[in-house]
Design a protein around this ligand. Sequence first.
Ligand code: GLA
Length: 409
Amino acid sequence: MPLMYSQRLRNGSPLLLGAIAAVLWANTAQAQSSSEDNAGSSVGSGIQTSVFGHLPDGRQVDVYQLTNANGIELRVTNYGGIILSLKTPDMDGKFDDIALGFDSLEAYLSDEYRQANPYFGAIIGRYGNRIAGGQFSLDGETYSLATNDGSNHLHGGDQGFDKVLWQAEPFESDAGNGLVLRYTSEDGEEGYPGKLEVEVTYTLTDNDELMVDYRAVTDKATPINLTQHSYFNLKGEGSDTILDHQLMINAPEFTPVNDTLIPTGEIRPVEGTPFDFTQATPIGERIEQENEQLAFGGGYDHNFVLARDNAASDELVLAAKVWEPQSGRLVEITTTEPAIQFYSGNFLNGDLTGKQGQAYEHRSGFALETQHYPDSPNQEAFPSTILVPGETYRSRTVYRFSAQQDLGS
Ligand code: GLA
């Protein structure tokens, strides 16, 4: 249910409800007529296109619904490349939407949402996570970025890739049904150097995978660290917390942070700490332990260094598995990235209302963001995030969805 709708419902005068019904009816009618208009642009039966709404400047925003052979359904909009919903079966074959988000564009554009800024389902860029003090130096020049998270720069700035309109092109291929999203970030946008041409491809395979491919080229050296910021609740979005979900992260180390969540530079073994998820463990088991790192994050909000052994940089390795005992749903994440941010939804506080009209309460969704380490442009010992002209940035992350009675080994 859209954010504004449920808010108004709480006030609930019959007149208002009538007006809301009329608006909803009009929206549905508009969506139907526009999907008819767009019928010619739909590719096959596994992809449906419709109008999501319009930006304040009048530009049209679309929704693409991809379905695979097993009925898994993914809805994506070209505003921010946001994953709006993802329906997958539980172990009894019952489908639920497991991705936190909203049904209307207005909800994503609302002041309330922009202030909370949880980045539900969005593509994050140019730089996923934080850059200390919003500053970095490159080739002898200092660059200043927006400080949109206290004194730090977060997730690409005031208008990151999560808040821009992408050009979208649906496709059908042997790999599955998909959507290519393209965006040109101009030289100087959000303070970053170089014109960056970015392409993100979502492919929904018949093997029940969501494959996300990132590609970018630049005309000046620039930092880049793209990721996907979906929050999942494997019981179904709008359910209670994710604290009973069992999590395995294939990471022997993590990067501890200071009290503004900037890495200190240390790479610390997880062994013997609440950050040891090398064996599947309920997310909530140690989250309230007295621990400086957990206190800084208000829970888990940390970069885990994956065990890539001798894997080539373009080779997928297992990053994480999450299993929810009630539904049996399992998501397995593999990636070419060296790290993953595990965020336990600590900033969710019940203020935002989701698709079922339920408040998104504290820790009612988790995000696992494959990435390079935060603040790498200021940390020489971390793997480089600098893309130079003539080279192509490439990254791939695959989420595989299934359901089973137990997690096994
Ligand atoms: C990332 C960050 C968190 C928070 C969320 C969005 O996971 O590390 O601190 O900003 O995004 O709320």
